[in-house]
Design a protein around this ligand. Structure first.
Ligand code: GDP
Length: 147
């Protein structure tokens, strides 16, 4: 976005972590890992929005629980920028199941379980573009940082 050598990805502090007061610690962890916070907003997803965001998982056994969880309280979508942001963010958050996440990762430090796992991160550059656009318009992003 601001520099051709960097990349943006979408993170979401999920409702479990917002409710337990871990939003600030998670954002600080990401900044210490080299990410620049480009945009963030607390939102309460509707069931239709959560279903659309996770539509790739429609039909999976955990889909209805995932939609219910993601609408259970506010979450914090964020645009994060750094070199190789998509891959670096996946490393920084750790495995889906905190029991399998590497030491020092956000999910190891802050997640309760495989379903209530504190944070989302885009898993490809293509999905990052789709997911950033899901929550933030080009004009909003430009307006935050434009001269
Ligand atoms: P992620 O990219 O690491 O978030 O993992 P996935 O894309 O595979 O799954 C999306 C989200 O669905 C996860 O972050 C969990 O919140 C939830 N999820 C994934 N697998 C399971 C599961 O086996 N059971 C339940 N209850 N939730 C799951």
């Amino acid at each position: 976005m601001s520099d051709v050598s960097t990349q943006c990805t979408l993170g979401i502090v999920k409702p479990d972590a917002v409710a337990s007061g871990r939003t600030g610690a998670i954002v600080a962890h990401l900044q210490q890992a080299g990410f620049t916070l480009r945009a963030a907003r607390l939102v309460r997803l509707t069931p239709a929005q959560a279903a659309r965001f996770y539509e790739v998982h429609a039909g999976r056994p955990f889909y209805n629980d995932l939609v219910a969880f993601m609408t259970s309280g506010p979450c914090l979508p964020m645009v994060l920028e750094r070199a190789d942001a998509v891959a670096e963010m996946r490393k920084t958050i750790g495995a889906t199941d905190p029991a399998e996440a590497a030491p020092g990762t956000i999910r190891k430090l802050f997640a309760e379980s495989k379903s209530r796992n504190a944070i989302h991160a885009s898993d490809s550059a293509e999905n990052a573009a789709r997911e950033v656009a899901f929550f933030f318009s080009e004009s909003e992003l430009a307006g935050l940082w434009g001269g």
